[in-house]
Design a protein around this ligand. Sequence first.
Ligand code: C2E
Ligand code: CA
Ligand code: CA
Ligand code: CA
Length: 279
Amino acid sequence: AKAEGRNTFRYYTQALTEAASERLETETRLRRALELGHLEVFYQPQLDVATGSIIGVEALVRWRDPEEGLISPARFIPVAEETGLINRLGQQVLERACRQAVAWEQAGLPALDMAVNLSAHQIIDPQMTSRVRRALHESGLSAERLVLEITESTLMTQAEDVLGTLEELKQLGVQVAIDDFGTGYSSLAYLKRFAIDWLKVDRCFIQDLPADKSDAELTQTIINLAHNLGIQVLAEGVETREQLDFLARLGCDSWQGFLCSRPLPPEELAEHLNNRDDE
Ligand code: C2E
Ligand code: CA
Ligand code: CA
Ligand code: CA
């Protein structure tokens, strides 16, 4: 039994060492990818429920590795967060997204809102407001067209640190959205303190609509209370026509999901917008 224990211990140490070296390898490669400009930004449309028109896009980072191809953010965002690379990565995405929004407009496409994800590390960075101001200034994007997405868990765990930055950002005139809403136990009354523009209802509450009665009730409750506080609601991960029709009946303001489009590279998104124009 003792020998077995030792073997188990050896096995765990080995597994831990492997995990650590894999992490280190990802970190080294991610650092290089940032320097070489191997990170790309894809864009997913956000639509108005009532009119069906595209009102904005969400910027979603992708890593194009010369050998591995496209790597999804689920694989490298956590590493970027742990190593602090997320600040540089996030700033690159923010600057590029702002420039892209202006470029589309100059190419004659409708002026869309641009939503950018911010990690907890970025939002508690004391330089954050001046970084956002600079990205707006350098791109020429007007502040009210930028939507900064912060997850509900970031808001809940770092509330006091986040509050000050959010107030500064709101003074710049940008919009603020709470991402993955419903997964993090915040009370809506509490949200009032933050002067939030949007709640994004997490996909896990949308995917089983309309059949799942408790998800339906929860979504309805979020929409009603948000509207009472003057906050708009966007449903994430809408994949079927039934889900969309149901959300319309609940009074949901806007939506995003594969039913309209997956996140697309900028050229393809422009094409998508042009094709819709012809409809
Ligand atoms: P998120 O911010 O909640 O982004 C929405 C995710 O849902 C995206 O995954 C999108 O492709 C996916 N999605 C959209 N519609 C549907 C649908 O109808 N069905 C399904 N199954 N999925 C849908 P993606 O692009 O893989 O990003 C995953 C997460 O990585 C994001 O979740 C966000 O937390 C993080 N992320 C992505 N880009 C950035 C970034 O630039 N900065 C930071 N800090 N995080 C990012
Ligand atoms: Ca998001
Ligand atoms: Ca989300
Ligand atoms: Ca469910």
